[in-house]
Design a protein around this ligand. Structure first.
Ligand SMILES: [Zn+2]
Length: 483
């Protein structure tokens, strides 16, 4: 077996970059908080999923087995609000559940499409919260038995004053905080210490499940604790999410899981920073709100978006812009041209053989070490990419002068594949062309939807010019083939 690469990550729990010491040598258990499926994921959400994919791919390429659990939150405040607004007030529970499922199925499918378009590896398991209600109830009962939870009017709350380590992840200044009233909402600010809800008594107009406390539904935080313990176990190597989840969500997950288990649940907590768009917070009001679909409709390749996210360190706020996407496309083009050059035989290049100060094979080996050292140091992707791009510059220059041998070209190609196993967006000729066609088809669809017929026709001509035959089907979908 190849030797394992070593990794250190910034652990939010310790606020330092700690070496990752797996519970089982050579294996990593990874829990990542999945989407709340009531709408399309926006690019801020996708930034988190992309950083987690890179984290996972780095371990996989570094020789580890990774068991990855990502939940789908398919019952939660916003889901209920959006799914129930058009349901007949007289509807029964079954109808309310059906309306909720229709909404969450639709957006789960859209989310999985986004993951595939971004080459995000499917998790080992993708549990849905609504399929783990009994596990949640058992966990809450365990907390009740330990005096960590209490019932009030059919709802169950966590008694945070009973858990001394509450606040350890978010580093809450408990001395300076006032004790607030218990809170029913899933999301809240950290201005006061509040007993949070584990189980919510059913309100009129909401879907519900039977429970020992009467009809109700789980709070959001308990979902991840129950599914994480069920599917990854009582000890987990890495748990990850966006920085916005540190409080209250992850703090509450720790309180629930560790309150019940009586020991540390997760060794390393890893959080990715958010993104700005053109220097501002993304919002629908400002008109700078993007989903992956929006970017595709503008003709961008999802992999350019993947590269944009990954060329930024995950713990730095990313300032996203469409110009940045264009720069990413150019960087990927450099990789494509380099691959093409290395695949060729170098025929016309090369002035002859003389001894170079740096030989190609040792130069590639050096780049490989620099690449892995950077990734191992808290996933320093900008430095890892610098190692690759500097190598590309150097090998192009060497090839101009001495014409690389077949063996050297193959070594360069192998390193390109090795880095692609982590970054997963290096272009390959045919795929690149396919992606360009798909992007144009999306752009044409958007133009049609906006009744911009001239633009739709223009794009159709552009596609035709690429030698592609389009076929509009009756059901509104479009198929294409090379003519
Ligand atoms: Zn979670």
């Amino acid at each position: 077996m190849a030797t394992l690469r070593t990794f250190a990550l910034f652990n939010t729990l310790t606020r330092s970059v700690d070496p990752v010491v797996p519970l089982v040598p050579g294996q990593i258990s990874l829990y990542t908080c999945g989407p709340t499926v009531y709408n399309f994921a926006h690019i801020g959400n996708l930034k988190t999923f992309l950083f987690q994919d890179l984290l996972k791919r780095a371990f996989l390429a570094g020789g580890y087995l990774v068991r990855h659990c990502m939940n789908i939150t398919d019952v939660e405040d916003k889901i209920i609000r959006d799914s129930q607004k058009d349901v007949d007030p007289a509807a029964g529970n079954a109808e309310r559940h059906a309306a909720m499922k229709a909404l969450t199925d639709r957006y789960t499918a859209a989310f999985l499409e986004d993951l595939a378009a971004l080459r995000i590896l499917p998790p080992t398991v993708t549990p849905r919260a609504t399929e783990h209600i009994p596990q949640m109830i058992r966990l809450i009962q365990g907390l009740e038995a330990k005096g960590l939870a209490y019932v009030r009017e059919g709802s169950v709350y966590y008694r945070i004053s009973a858990l001394p380590q509450y606040g350890c992840l978010a580093r809450l200044d408990k001395e300076g905080m006032k004790l607030g009233a218990s809170v029913d909402a899933d999301e809240y600010e950290k201005d006061a210490l509040q007993d949070f809800v584990l189980w919510k008594a059913a309100k009129p107009g909401e879907p519900w499940w039977e429970s020992p406390w009467g009809p109700g539904r789980p709070g959001w935080h308990i979902e991840c604790s129950a599914m994480g313990i069920e599917l990854l176990g009582e000890r987990i190597d890495i748990h990850s999410g966006g920085v916005d989840l540190i409080f209250p969500h992850h703090e509450n997950e720790i309180a629930q899981s560790e309150g019940c288990l009586g020991h540390t649940w997760v060794n390393v907590w890893v959080h990715g920073e958010f993104l700005l768009v053109d220097g501002e917070k993304m919002s629908k009001k400002l008109g700078n709100f993007y989903t992956l679909r929006d970017l595709r409709a503008k003709g961008f390749d999802p992999l350019a978006f993947r590269f944009t996210i990954q060329s930024n360190h995950y713990r730095k706020v990313l300032n996203f812009s469409l110009d940045g996407l264009k720069a990413a496309e150019n960087a990927l083009k450099r990789i494509r041209l380099f691959r093409k050059r290395m695949e060729g035989d170098g025929g016309a290049h090369g002035q002859g053989a003389w001894k170079e100060a740096v030989e190609p094979l040792p130069r590639i080996a050096q780049a490989r070490e620099a690449f892995w050292a950077a990734l191992g140091d808290d996933l320093n992707t900008p430095e890892a990419l610098a190692a690759l791009f500097t190598l590309i510059t150097d090998l192009n220059a060497l090839d101009d002068r001495i014409a690389l041998t077949r063996e050297e070209r193959n070594a360069a190609l192998a390193f390109l594949d090795e880095t692609d196993a982590v970054f997963a967006c290096w272009p390959h000729e045919e795929e690149q062309a396919d992606a360009a066609v798909e992007a144009l088809i999306e752009a044409r669809k958007a133009a049609k939807a906006a009744k911009n017929w001239a633009e739709a026709d223009r794009i159709r001509e552009q596609i035709k010019g690429m030698g592609i035959v389009l076929e509009d089907r009756k059901d509104g979908t479009v198929s294409w083939r090379r003519g």
